[in-house]
Structures are given as structure tokens and as C-alpha cells.
Ligand binder design. Structure first.
Ligand code: HEC
Length: 718
């Protein structure tokens, strides 16, 4: 009997191997929560909880996790991707909107796709040529590109099926976010507020790429008429000629479909320029900036909104991850949105109607004291609007939590937030002095000003930037536990049914932590920062935890790195119990001796510093402390010093993603920037003589306050 059953078993097994798995249908997406082996969409299921129901890796054996495989891309430019895993194949994106498919059990490449984004587009990608991920539907994958295309790729062959230009290529839009898909429609937003754009979300037909609807998040010039009633109502909350600046409100990250209520939620971005007195002189709430907006997914019609930060003044986007959950709330179960955006509060919003249930700070917050629960509005603290008087404001423009994904565990009932506790000085540029430069970064304040920054040094040193993995209890509206990290800008979070939470850190560690109390159980040294959201899946019957390893995003590019070794190229790393793969060794580069200072007055070098901060720091780092993904200008080889002007003004390195600045800068200004860079190289060289390779760690702690910290180190070590 046994003998005769054997061939039948083999046949059944072979059949199960040869049948191609069902394509990702609406049905599959609806039951994604219980589809243990896969990771079918950006946030794992429509709820975007990033909770894996797998528990073979758990609190007992997490210590035995080892590297199973890694896949290396060909660049160390920005990385933010969350991989999808569908029936044994992993799909993910890389710098310049590239996409890859690899075997999820071995990391072997199956195909790669390069949409060939024109490199000059890097200038209007605020925070790197990053991409956060793909959406899957019926054997297609959808990809947004830095130059504003939405592309459908054949999931099996990696070939393009259709491509739609979702933006006006002459405007400064970019796409870095993952598309979302529901009921045969692909939803996509864009970024570019500071460069002069007006935000919107569009829906495309998944079959052929035709646009079905578009919803603008803020009004345009009233003289051109309004697209809908929602825009007409919104226009009453704006003043001046905001449309000249674009106005902002880009939806560059959270777009979430709620199958239970058949609504689409959009996290709307900040106002642009950030300074509201320039953007909308005379005041007004500036709807729908910094709001959660609910739309009809079929038609794009407005349903409701909740504005978290009326009249945003600090770059407080509400674009961050929107997570859907059913939670116990004052004796009943409520369907809510859990939201922990830049403004530093955890908002709990009834998702049926947009009613605010709770708004409590999860990090240091000074811009508002609390929310008035009768009106649902924040109560702003005096002096924090920097109206004619500079102010240190918490959170900074980077936010108390940014793009790094958070996770919610229905097992513990806790929300795990990659928190950033950091403030920033805002020093207003008055209206008449404000010069709006299209295609460059516009804020309406100076990031630092020599005399003001001296005044702020003490305040900032008393409260140095910190970062935690923070577990928030939504029912109690308070922190359950928090785990401090040595450096800021840490990674996204994954929660699993194994009672675990995984998070990467900027200093290159990948951590496994107990979900109930934050106890650290496992650490792996990845050789590079680990910032994107990890995923978990099963392949060949084994559970894997995987994460993209590399640098990405505004804060990392601005704040230098905390390890002395050369940045390896971006990698995906997959871990399993008993994994034994080994990474190749990394090297510590020699730093060139800087050339002699340029003959220039202190005032000219200071002007160079200010120009650098405005035009260069967002890629090459504040105070020229680079993050290793883009060259650190303090370590330029002689050839680059010789060609400095040709690189900056004539586009010598445009093909590598270095924008040309001939519209914004003249030769004299470039010379001043060069002089400043050389001064910074000398300062670093001196620090290196004192501290050896440890100078890198010190430089990184320095982040935004590089010089102040260098001063602290010097005065405390001498
Ligand atoms: C949008 C991001 C971005 C901005 C803004 C930017 N750069 Fe670059 N820069 C790059 C990239 C990317 C490279 C080339 C990377 C490579 O070598 O592959 C580069 C290269 C360079 C180089 C050549 C060094 C080398 O090793 O390639 C110089 C010099 C330079 N930049 C100066 C500047 C200056 C000065 C500014 C401000 C006026 C500036 N950059 C602004 C992204 C940027």
C-alpha cells in the first residue's frame, strides 16, 4: 500500500512545483494577512501593518539567525526599497528607479529592469534618486520613476508592458514612492514640493496605463477655475499668490486602500515654501496640506479629511506611513488609522469619518503644546513660528518619524516607530528678501546663520539629537518601551508573530528585538547602514528575514556616516536560522591630504559656506560631511579640485547624477564654495591627526551641528 502511494505522492509534488502560482488578484490581496509565505504589497497587506504571521523564527531561536544570501547591486546611491516576495521570487527596486527579481531562497538574479532615467533629473529629487518599492497585480509589477513615469513590468520576463508619463516633465516632479493597486487601478503620487510643484494623486488602469482620475491636494490659481468643490473650499483657506510657488502638498509616500470601507487614504505633504508667511501671506489653514485625505478609489472624489498641522510652517508632511488597525478604544472596537508623521504626534483617527480620537506626542515636540480635542486642532506654542525671531523647533524639518516604515503587531497591540528626537533652528527669510528658485530647494528660512547658530549652540548641545526604536501603546496612548540607538536616522521596522521586531541602524547593525519589552536578542553587522523596511517570507519551507542594506534619504545624505569603511554597493541581505554566508571584507580608505587653502577672505569663505548649505549640502552633507553614498567633497582627489568649476557649472559629471548649477550660481560663487570645501578638508585633516579613524564616528555624530560638535570634541579632549 505504502509502495503504491509513493508514485502518486511524487506526481502530486511535481504537479505542485510545475503549476505556476495564481497571479496576484484582488482576492489574493484581500487575504494577504493570512498568506503566510508571501509579502504581496509594500506594507504586506492593505492594512500596511508590516506584521508577518510567520513564527518559525522566534524569541527562542532568533540568536541562531545567520546570513543565508546577499545580492549586490552596482551602486551605492540611495536605497529605500521594501522588497515584495511572491511565490518564491523577490522583487525590489534600487537607485535610479531600477527593478530586480531574484530567487528568494538563493538571491540568484532572474531579471533586472532599468528605465534609463535621464541623470539630470537628480537635481529635483530632493532626497536622492531613491525608490521605495513596487506593486503587483495579475502578473504585472508597477514601478514609479524619478522622472515621473509609471511603468508596468511583466513579472515573469522583466520586460516593459506599458509606460505612462504621470507628470509634466518640464516641472520639478519626481516619484520615489511605491505605487499601490486595488480593483484594477494603480494609484501613484509624486514629490517635489520645495522645487515648486502642486501635489496630486492619480489612478491608472492596470491593464493599459490609461489615467482614470486625478485629484489635486491643494488648489491652483483660482483664475483658472477649480477642478472640483473640494478645491473651491480649500482655496478659501489660502492667501496671496501661492500657486506661483507651487504650494506643495505632494503625496510622495502613504497611499492606502481600505477594502472594509472602500476608501483610499492619502498622506498629504508639507507646504512649499515651508515658511507660511511667504506661501500664504495673511494666514489660512492651507487645506489640504499636512492632512490625511480620504477619496473614493473608483472616482477620486473627496470623502473627508483631517488636517494634522493647519498652516504648516516647518515641513511637517503627513505623507508618512498610514496603518489601518482595529483597536480596542474606550470599551469598543474601532476601525482606525494609526499615524506617526513628522509633526511628532501619534494620531489615532476614526477611518469611517476622519474624527480625531487621540493626538499624543511620541517624541520631543515644541511647536504645539497639545491638541484641543473639541476642535481637533493643535495649540501652537508661542515663538515657535519663527516670525521675525529665530527659534529652535522640535521636531526638525526631517520630522519625529520620516519615510522609514513603522510596524504594528496585532499580537502585542503595539505600534513600533523608528523615532528621531531632534530639533532645528529656523531663521526666517523675510518676504522681500526671498528669492524663489525653480528647480532648486526653497524653504523660506536659513538653515543656519552664523551669529544665530552661536546663540543656539547651547540649546542644541543640551538636547543632542537622539533616536529610538519606540513601542507605542495606542490603547493607553503612551510609550510602552523604547530602545535608544547611538546614532540618528535608523531604519524601518518589521514585526513578526515570532514575538519579534526587526530594525536596522545607521551604524550598520541589523537587530532582532523582543516585541513585548524591547530586549535586544540578536545583532548582525551588515557593513553599511540599514534603513529600509525589512520583510519576512517563506521559501522552500524555511522562514527568511530580508532587508535592503545601503544609505538613503535626506537625513543620511545630510549627516555623514558613523563607520570608517568604504560604503559597499547596495545589497539585499536574507537571513535564516543556521544561515552561514559570509560578507567580503571592507576596506578603510586613505584620505588624501587636502590642497592648500585658496587665497580668500573669511567673509568670502563664509559666503561659500552659506552657498554650500543651500545648494550642495542636501547631497554632499551638511558642513560637507558626506555620507559615503555621494562623494565626500573633503576627500576630493586633485583631479576634481582642478575641474571643480567644470563639474559644478558645465555638467562634467551630470551622467553620474551631479546636477549643473549654471542657472543658479556664477564662477565667483563656485570659487567661494570651493574655498569653503577646502577649509572643511583641513579641519577634518586636523581631527584625523587627533582621533585616527575614529574621526569618522565623530564627524557623523556631528551631523547637522558638525562644527559645534567638533568644537566640543576639541575642547573636551584637549
Ligand atoms: C542632487 C544631488 C547633488 C547635489 C545637489 C550636488 N551634487 Fe555634487 N555630486 C553628486 C553626485 C551623484 C556626484 C557624482 C558621484 C559619482 O562620482 O559617481 C557628484 C559629484 C561632485 C563632484 C565631483 C567629485 C566626484 O568624486 O565625483 C564635485 C566637485 C561636486 N559634486 C560638487 C558639488 C557642489 C559644489 C555642489 C553644490 C553647488 C554639488 N556638488 C551639489 C550629487 C549632487
Amino acid at each position: 500500500m505504502k509502495y503504491r502511494a509513493f508514485p502518486a505522492l511524487v506526481i502530486a509534488l511535481l504537479a505542485s512545483l510545475s503549476t505556476t502560482a495564481a497571479p496576484v488578484s484582488q482576492q489574493r490581496l484581500l487575504s494577504a494577512d493570512s498568506d503566510t509565505d508571501n509579502w504581496l504589497s509594500y506594507g504586506r497587506s492593505y492594512k500596511e501593518q508590516r506584521f508577518s504571521p510567520l513564527s518559525e523564527v522566534n524569541t527562542d531561536n532568533v540568536g541562531e539567525l545567520g546570513l543565508a544570501w546577499y545580492f549586490e547591486t552596482d551602486t551605492h546611491l540611495g536605497l529605500e526599497t521594501t522588497p515584495l516576495v511572491i511565490d518564491g521570487v523577490m522583487y525590489f527596486t534600487g537607485a535610479w528607479s531600477t527593478a530586480y527579481a531574484v530567487n528568494a531562497a538563493t538571491g540568484e538574479l532572474i531579471w533586472s529592469f532599468d528605465p534609463k532615467v535621464p541623470r539630470e533629473k537628480s537635481v529635483t529629487a530632493c532626497c536622492g534618486v531613491v525608490n521605495r518599492g513596487l506593486a503587483a497585480w495579475e502578473n504585472k509589477l508597477f514601478l514609479g520613476t524619478v522622472d515621473g513615469r509609471l511603468i508596468a513590468i511583466d513579472q515573469t520576463s522583466g520586460k516593459q508592458i506599458w509606460s505612462s508619463q504621470t507628470t509634466d516633465p518640464d516641472q520639478a516632479y519626481s516619484i520615489t514612492g511605491a505605487p499601490r493597486v486595488a480593483k484594477g487601478k494603480v494609484f501613484i503620487g509624486n514629490g517635489g514640493s520645495e522645487f515648486g510643484t502642486r501635489g496630486y494623486v492619480s489612478a491608472y488602469d492596470a491593464d493599459n496605463g490609461e489615467m482614470v482620475w486625478r485629484f489635486y491636494t491643494i488648489p491652483g490659481n483660482p483664475a483658472d477655475g477649480f477642478e472640483n468643490d473640494a478645491m473651491e473650499r480649500a482655496a478659501k483657506t489660502w492667501n496671496g499668490e501661492w500657486w506661483q510657488y507651487g504650494g506643495g502638498g505632494t503625496a510622495w509616500d502613504a497611499i492606502v486602500y481600505d477594502p472594509e470601507l472602500d476608501q483610499l487614504y492619502i498622506g498629504v505633504g508639507n507646504g512649499a515654501p515651508h515658511n507660511r508667511r511667504i506661501r500664504s501671506p495673511g494666514g489660512g489653514d492651507n487645506l489640504y496640506l499636512s492632512s490625511v485625505l480620504a477619496l473614493n478609489p473608483d472616482t477620486g472624489e473627496y470623502l473627508w479629511h483631517y488636517q494634522e498641522v493647519p498652516a504648516d510652517n516647518w515641513d511637517y508632511t503627513a505623507s508618512q506611513q498610514i496603518t489601518l488597525a482595529d483597536i480596542p478604544w474606550q470599551g469598543e472596537q474601532r476601525k482606525v488609522i494609526l499615524h506617526a508623521p513628522k509633526a511628532g504626534f501619534v494620531y489615532i483617527i476614526d477611518r469611517a469619518n476622519g474624527e480625531l480620537l487621540s493626538a499624543e506626542p511620541f517624541t520631543t515636540v515644541t511647536w504645539a503644546s497639545h491638541y484641543d480635542m473639541d476642535t481637533g486642532r493643535p495649540v501652537e506654542n508661542e515663538g515657535q513660528d519663527y516670525d521675525g525671531k529665530p527659534a529652535v523647533v522640535y521636531p526638525s524639518a526631517i520630522g519625529g518619524h520620516n519615510w522609514q516604515p513603522m510596524a504594528y503587531s496585532p499580537q502585542t497591540g503595539l505600534l513600533y516607530i523608528p523615532e528621531l528626537d531632534m530639533g532645528m533652528p529656523f531663521d526666517e527669510i523675510k518676504g522681500p528678501d526671498y528669492k524663489h528658485l525653480k528647480r532648486h530647494f526653497n524653504t523660506g528660512y536659513k538653515l543656519t546663520q552664523a551669529d544665530a547658530s552661536q546663540r543656539f549652540t547651547q540649546a542644541l548641545l543640551k538636547h543632542l539629537p537622539k533616536s529610538h526604536l519606540l513601542a507605542w501603546d495606542p490603547a493607553k496612548q503612551e510609550v510602552a518601551w523604547k530602545m535608544p540607538h547611538p546614532y540618528i536616522h535608523n531604519g524601518g521596522v518589521l514585526a513578526t508573530a515570532g514575538g519579534l521586531v526587526f530594525q536596522g541602524t545607521s551604524d550598520g547593525r541589523f537587530l532582532g528585538v523582543r516585541a513585548d519589552n524591547g530586549e535586544l536578542l540578536w545583532t548582525f553587522n551588515t557593513q553599511n547602514s540599514v534603513l529600509p523596511g525589512p520583510v519576512s517570507y517563506r521559501a522552500n519551507g524555511e522562514q527568511y528575514i530580508a532587508v535592503a542594506v545601503g544609505r538613503g534619504g535626506a537625513l543620511t545624505m545630510n549627516t555623514g556616516k558613523s563607520f570608517p569603511t568604504e560604503n559597499p554597493n547596495n545589497r539585499i541581505m536574507a537571513f535564516k536560522v543556521g544561515g552561514s554566508a559570509v560578507l567580503p571584507p571592507v576596506t578603510v580608505p586613505d584620505r588624501p591630504i587636502p590642497p592648500p587653502s585658496l587665497a580668500m577672505s573669511d567673509a568670502d569663505v563664509e559666503e561659500g559656506r552659506q552657498l554650500f548649505q543651500r545648494f550642495c549640502s542636501r547631497c554632499h552633507g551638511a558642513y560637507a560631511v558626506g555620507d559615503g553614498s555621494i562623494p565626500d567633497l573633503r576627500y576630493l582627489e586633485p583631479i576634481w579640485h582642478e575641474n571643480f568649476e567644470a563639474v559644478v557649472l558645465q555638467g562634467l559629471m551630470e551622467k553620474a547624477g551631479m546636477p549643473r548649477f549654471d542657472e543658479a550660481l556664477d564662477r565667483e560663487q563656485v570659487e567661494k564654495i570651493h574655498a569653503y570645501v577646502i577649509e572643511r578638508a583641513h579641519e577634518d585633516h586636523a581631527l584625523r591627526q587627533e582621533s585616527g579613524w575614529f574621526a569618522d564616528a565623530k564627524n557623523a555624530v556631528i551631523d547637522v551641528f558638525a562644527r559645534f560638535m567638533a568644537w566640543v570634541i576639541r575642547t573636551t579632549t584637549s
